[in-house]
Design a protein around this ligand. Sequence first.
Ligand SMILES: NC(=O)c1ccc[n+]([C@@H]2O[C@H](COP(=O)([O-])OP(=O)(O)OC[C@H]3O[C@@H](n4cnc5c(N)ncnc54)[C@H](OP(=O)(O)O)[C@@H]3O)[C@@H](O)[C@H]2O)c1
Length: 269
Amino acid sequence: MTLWPDHLFLVGCGNMAGQMLSRWLTCGLDPARVTVLRPSGKAVADGVTVMTDYPAALPAGATVLLGMKPYQISDVAEALAPLCAADTRIVSILAGTLLADLRARFPQVRDIVRAMPNLPVGLGEGATALFTDSRTAPQAREAVDTLICPLGLAEWVADEALFNQVTALSGCGPAFVFRFIDALAQAGEALGIPADQAARMALATVQGSATMAARAGDSPGQLADRVASPGGMTREGLNVLDADDRLFRLLIDTLTAARDRGEAMGRGE
Ligand SMILES: NC(=O)c1ccc[n+]([C@@H]2O[C@H](COP(=O)([O-])OP(=O)(O)OC[C@H]3O[C@@H](n4cnc5c(N)ncnc54)[C@H](OP(=O)(O)O)[C@@H]3O)[C@@H](O)[C@H]2O)c1
């Protein structure tokens, strides 16, 4: 299995698709194999073809990455579907757009995979949830898996009904973690630490702790308890986070709100 598709055609190359492409190019994807369609026509990277309108045809065996906003799917499918052939492969990162919807819009395409990446894919440290159905050929599934691997963790989700949940967790997760880092810094500032120093220390603490948790054999929950000796400062702080499952409940509410929005978008709201 070669790592790269014969041709990669990106519909939209903004924040998310741009991060994916940047990582693929860093990892050796030949830019001559990439075409980007974006209304602004803004250049992407040396050697990558950028178009502002659809080509007359797609290259044979092209992999199409749908990377525009979900509400644009009707317009995009109307123009793109006639260009697709049986050997076209579609990877969609559109939040809330169901596989059945994509299948209805691209009836001639057999291999369609939903992917939900997150922003650290640009560093090769992302998390991408993947879903497809039994119509997609096993080789196509493997090829998409291979393409996603340089972006970080790739996790296949067995049930599409869980896709909005995993999107809430890992797709939206970076924003929640950014907010946590900021809140940790602001809390330090509220306790008297100079703002810039608190910001640096909060970021380094989260970065170091995430790296440590990723390398540890124990779960993050076990690590938390291990560093919190009874009667010590850390334990006192954890008791506040843990009281009435305060942090846990806050995160359930957060993920639920994000999931519900994904479901509403899936209904076209
Ligand atoms: N941001 C995230 O963290 C994240 C995470 C997971 C999934 N996603 C998914 O990624 C997708 C894109 O989100 P984003 O944050 O990257 O948005 P974005 O930065 O606004 O990028 C949207 C892209 O779509 C292009 N575009 C606009 N109208 C178009 C049209 N009619 N036809 C084709 N392309 C068009 C834009 O072109 P120009 O560049 O010319 O303006 C731009 O490149 C969404 O479907 C979202 O659900 C995002």
